[in-house]
Design a protein around this ligand. Sequence first.
Ligand code: NAD
Length: 481
Amino acid sequence: MTATILNTIGNKQTAAHGDAWLNVLNPATGQCIARCPDSDEGDVESAVIAARKAFPHWSRLSNSERAGWLNKLADALEQNIESFALAETNNTGKPLALSRDTEMPRAVENLRFFAACASQFSSESHHGQAGWNVTTHSPLGIVACISPWNLPLYLFTWKIAPALAAGNCVIAKPSEITPMTAAMLGELAQKIGFPEGVLNIVHGLGHKVGQALVEHADVKAVSFTGSTAVGKKIAAHCGPALKKASLELGGKNPTIIFADAPRKNLIDTLIRSAFQNSGQICLCGSRILIEKSIYKEIRDAFVERAKHLRVGDPMDGKSQMGSMISKPHFDKVMSHIELARAEGGQLLCGGNAIAPSGRCEQGWFIAPTVFENLGPYTRSNQEEIFGPVVTLQAFEDETEAVALANASDYGLAASIWTGDIRRAHHVANAVECGIIWINTWLQRDLRTPFGGMKQSGLGREGGLDAMRFFTETKNICIDLG
Ligand code: NAD
């Protein structure tokens, strides 16, 4: 029997007003696990009405009261972490341990972190030269938070938490592919008595309900994470409307390994950065650049480990990788593997679909795949694949490493491996990415700015950047004459 999940509008669980539905699948089994509302602009209108009604009260609460609500939601989520992790895994095909031990705890942390931000975010004052200036940051009103399928609740909470902390009312649209945990969070908010109309969640298709949300005149800002193609559509609307937009988009991230790289944890981290969540993380390092003198050593050790990664049932504790998110995405990644072969890539491991026996035999699994012999301007090294497919390239020296790293339209993240702190600084400064890791990957301090350059986005999330995005800044100058 499949479950039915509903929109959360004004603290009520409702179907789409047109009574239309979308199937929600478990990609590890291919089975339908739920149906979710196929909402449209009428549902957006209902959510706007609820949010408009809620805004005066919510925005006037003290910061500590808003923080209190976020902490209450975090506590409730933490108490239910097992059921959320299970739902996330059933909806995404990612290993249960990844949902339970990494992503759900991070969702809790997002709520708590921005609860703390609510109480720490302050006005500034400047006095002296021209009177006494007080700079205030007030909530925008109703804001849209649109999130993708790869880290469903983790990225959903990363957006709604700062928006709420800053005093806005939210209309959030999770991916139609992975609506389960966001819907559960909506129910949980209702259960703990979250103020009505403050957190609204509408489910459905991007080009239908997502677009209606972006285009609604009462929606003052759009915080979007997803593909560059959709990000540009959103920018094309928000630009002329002079609507604030924060765009976290795709990546084709370089991992740069110098001969003096500390070997401790190197291969382990390379494997994680290439294949965690089956490579379906915007921050995954998909272009691995290795100094020539150690190319063979690193290649052989990396490929050996990749070959032995266990791909299979996400509910099996031994599985290190689960499935692709969907059949269309599986097809896309497989077509990129064919393209890499056609472009002259030398396949070092993987390259094939996997059909685990038992309940997952209809699921969409792909083996960890490594290619070499592909030039920097091949489509394989230019286009985001967003799967367990990486390429290896050799470089002669620092100059060539930087040139290869920057040979991309994207500029999200890079990791640099070296034992030389000066080189680390040089290269970090020269690489055109918004997030740089030295001798590590995916280590996150939530206070730091998060976002990409070039085709990877516009604006920054995290810490004060997020609080500033979700507020309007006003300067009040008082003449002390
Ligand atoms: P997507 O762009 O297809 O969809 C993202 C969200 O936007 C979904 O909720 C979708 O329904 C909605 N949407 C689609 N069309 C819309 C429209 N016209 N108007 C408004 N909303 C619309 O992306 P995806 O396939 O869900 O996610 C994968 C992409 O996300 C990859 O490119 C990945 O790199 C990127 N991503 C980026 C980051 C980051 O922080 N930079 C993080 C995670 C994922």
